[in-house]
Design a protein around this ligand. Structure first.
Ligand code: HEC
Ligand code: HEC
Length: 354
């Protein structure tokens, strides 16, 4: 970790300069009096290329990031009119208060359709290479299209595209950003560009790792050591706290018809019951836990992990072993996990009304 601190400092300087320059430009006298939706400044956090262990975010060449596109994507992400029944936006199931999940054991889609899995967090999702608990989707763009036209949002793309183009406030933005009216593809490109700005880096733990000894208490510092001693980072690795690989921890394997997880898209029997390692950023807010929401509290989820997962034929015993630790060390571990809480600033922008 020690070698990364200078990089973090560099990132902090970078963040500071960007904020400073933005502040200067905002106070400029040529600032427009009337803010239209397209001029709304999204809360873009700088892409933390310098953060420890973040591999640089891969932006698809056919969907470059621009401020206008991100602003447009943000509106679409928050707009309930994108769902088939007008009930839900993307944000509805990925909300700040719940660590960018929905607080339900299993998600409920448009038309109140019960979905088979729990909403995962979206923090730092732009750094992921495969999406969903089972990694069945290869890009944010594809994932967004599936969420929108599938059971999550229940949208008939053609109908919604027509509604969006009927709103001049949206149509003008699509013309500016894509040089055409809204289409299903460019709508989901904009949403994906916005998702790539959903970055949760500035936690107490990050500030401590960047050199601020007062950012966390001694319990957190000890807990970070416990986390490493207990080999949690065999899987919850790096600054993203995920290796982005699939492991069987035994969750739900005692069900009559267990969710086979990764084995479905990969076709590999040995991956039965394996799911993508979730990040632990903002974990204190995202109860209930696991892909099936079967565990109500963080304490219990940590107990399952410390217990070496739940026994079954496909358990990843190579990476996950039972840890016997004192109640004090467990309390420290929990304090560390809570230090990963993100100060969430995502909020709904003004949406075009005509
Ligand atoms: C009804 C609730 C709901 C809505 C609405 C919803 N999602 Fe999700 N989202 C989920 C659930 C549940 C999953 C996990 C599904 C799975 O793994 O099979 C998920 C997964 C994701 C993932 C993958 C995360 C990962 O770790 O791989 C992304 C990205 C995402 N959603 C973005 C979106 C976007 C963009 C929209 C709007 C177009 C959206 N979601 C709308 C519930 C929802
Ligand atoms: C073998 C890899 C591996 C190891 C080692 C591991 N985890 Fe996990 N962890 C996972 C996977 C995979 C899941 C998701 C399991 C599921 O939902 O089926 C998970 C889920 C969790 C969750 C719930 C996350 C959520 O969003 O619902 C917490 C909390 C957690 N782990 C903490 C820990 C702690 C603390 C340790 C160390 C004691 C640890 N894990 C060790 C792979 C691992």
């Amino acid at each position: 970790m020690r070698t990364r601190i200078p990089i973090l400092k560099l990132a902090a300087i970078l963040i500071f300069s960007i904020v400073f320059v933005t502040a200067i430009s905002l106070t400029g006298c040529d600032q427009p009096k009337e803010m239209t939706a397209s001029e709304f400044k999204p809360e873009i956090l700088p892409l933390p290329a310098g953060l420890p262990n973040y591999e640089e975010m891969a932006i698809p060449p056919d969907n470059p990031m621009t401020e206008e596109k991100v602003a447009l994507g943000r509106q679409l992400f928050f707009d309930k009119r994108l769902s088939g029944d007008g009930s839900r936006s993307c944000y509805s199931c990925h909300v700040c208060e719940k660590g960018l999940t929905d607080g339900l054991a299993k998600a409920v889609g448009a038309y109140e359709k019960a979905l088979p899995r729990s909403s995962p967090t979206l923090w730092n999702i732009g750094y992921h290479k495969e999406f969903y608990w089972d990694g069945r989707s290869g890009s944010l763009e594809k994932q967004a299209m599936a969420a929108w036209t599938g059971a999550n949002m229940g949208a008939k793309a053609d109908e919604i595209v027509a509604k969006i183009n009927a709103l001049e406030g949206y149509r003008a933005q699509f013309q500016k950003v894509f040089g055409s009216d809204a289409t299903a593809e460019n709508m989901m490109k904009a949403v994906s560009a916005y998702e790539r700005t959903i970055i949760g880096g500035n936690t107490a733990w990050d500030r401590w790792r960047a050199g601020d000894e007062s950012a966390v208490g001694e319990d957190v510092k000890r807990g970070w050591q416990v986390f490493q001693d207990a080999k949690c980072n065999n899987c919850h690795d790096g600054a993203l706290f995920t290796d982005q690989l699939y492991h069987n921890a035994g969750i739900g394997m005692d069900q009559p018809e267990p969710d086979v997880g990764r084995a479905k898209p990969s076709g590999r029997e040995e991956e039965t019951g394996a799911f993508k390692t979730p990040t632990l950023r903002d974990i204190a807010k995202s109860a209930p836990y696991f892909h099936d929401g079967s565990v109500a509290t963080l304490e219990e989820a940590v107990d399952v992990m410390l217990g070496g997962g739940k026994p079954n034929k496909y358990l990843d015993t190579k990476n996950l072993q039972k840890q016997t630790i004192t109640p004090e060390r467990k309390a420290d571990l929990l304090a560390f996990l809570k230090s990963l809480t993100v100060d969430c600033t995502l909020k709904e922008p003004p949406l075009p009304q005509k």
